[in-house]
Design a protein around this ligand. Structure first.
Ligand SMILES: [Zn+2]
Length: 350
């Protein structure tokens, strides 16, 4: 994730600059290659109609709130276009350690939200019995609903996906919310900071994103990549917590048949949540960038729905494993040495 503060529209910048502004690619993409993995490239359609709309998300959250005694649903603010922003919270004991899961700051990165909803449903079943006794869980799903619904004040005509709806990275003002964590000018970012970050004593945060579809580690396309805060201003103990959080995620995801994680290549800017929130609040943060976006104008970034199943599962696995490891205290013994050997991802062909 590059950290340019300059906001440019896609119509006025070179492809390389667009790539630099786009989640998950460290360099310009290669010429389009076709047929490697379940990726878009003419081999399958990218259809957004199977993704939950904002209204469907809200309906599901309200259904779960009515069903689950341990859950509380709260409105933390409104988007530029007036959509309510939600926090789903499970606070069994204010003295418990607390983890926050944040999804879809970038509106075109929706499978993380789909996974978060599945996780919320999962918390309402007997499968997680007792887990919530030892941990408080906060979930902010779809922080950027206007971008997710394509309800924005700039054109999306050249976006690729079919399905009656385009999804874009930016909020309705064409601002990247994940570059707004210092100034907090946008209503979505302000709501998050005022009514979540400042309002709760949070120990851990996972910020869930999607990156381009062509990142690989050790010659194999990744299912995702992870990274801890890399600003020099982060407290060493906070950084160590982030590395342990990453260790729990890596151990839960990478050994599965479908999981293959790389080390994300990211900058030091504190305008992005991974760095800024770690410094401002002393929260151990982890960035998780999953493979492929739900929609984009660049075909190297989008990923067809054939991959939805494992990417949603990757989110649920991540949220479940970290919640359990914090609840039972095993996170304190997580082995962070894998970070020393985990290869940074590269873009296939470069
Ligand atoms: Zn993103």
């Amino acid at each position: 994730m590059r950290q340019s503060r300059t906001h440019l529209t896609r119509r006025t910048v070179s492809l390389a600059a667009v790539v630099a502004l786009t989640c998950g690619l460290a360099a310009a993409p290669p010429a389009l290659a076709v047929g490697e993995g379940p990726g878009y490239g003419g081999n399958e359609t990218v259809n957004t109609s199977i993704l939950r709309t904002y209204d469907e998300l809200v309906a599901e959250l309200k259904t779960q709130d009515a069903k689950q005694q341990a859950m509380e649903l709260e409105v933390i603010g409104q988007s530029v276009k007036g959509r309510d922003l939600y926090l789903a919270k499970y606070i069994s004991d204010p003295d418990n350690p607390t983890i926050l899961f944040l999804t879809q700051q970038h509106g075109n990165e929706q499978l993380t939200t789909e996974g978060a909803v599945e996780f919320i449903k999962h918390l309402g079943t007997g499968k997680t019995k007792g887990v919530l006794d030892g941990v408080n869980v906060l979930v902010v799903p779809m922080l950027n609903p206007d971008g997710a619904m394509g309800d924005v004040d700039f054109p999306l005509d050249d976006y690729i996906a079919d399905g009656g709806r385009h999804l874009t990275r930016y909020n309705a003002n064409e601002i990247d919310l994940n570059r707004d964590h210092v100034t907090k000018i946008q209503p979505e970012t302000r709501a998050l900071h005022e009514n979540v970050m400042s309002a709760y004593d949070i120990d851990y945060m996972i910020d869930l994103h999607h990156q381009g579809a062509r990142s690989e580690r050790d010659g194999e396309l990744v299912s995702g990549s992870i990274l801890y805060p890399t600003t020099p201003n982060v407290d060493p103990d906070v950084l160590e917590g982030s590395k342990r959080l990453g260790a729990v995620v890596f151990d839960a995801v990478d050994p599965t048949g479908w999981g293959h994680l790389g080390k994300y290549v990211g900058g030091t800017a504190e305008t992005i949540s991974r760095n800024g929130i770690a410094v401002e609040y002393g929260i151990s943060t982890l960035l998780f960038e999953m493979r492929g976006m739900s929609d984009h104008f660049n075909e190297d970034y989008v990923l067809g729905q054939k991959s939805n199943g494992y990417l949603i599962k990757q989110t649920v696995t991540t949220l479940d494993a970290t919640t359990r490891a914090i609840s039972d205290g095993s996170i304190s013994g997580a082995d962070t040495s894998f970070w020393d050997t985990l290869a940074e991802q590269n873009v296939r062909g470069e």
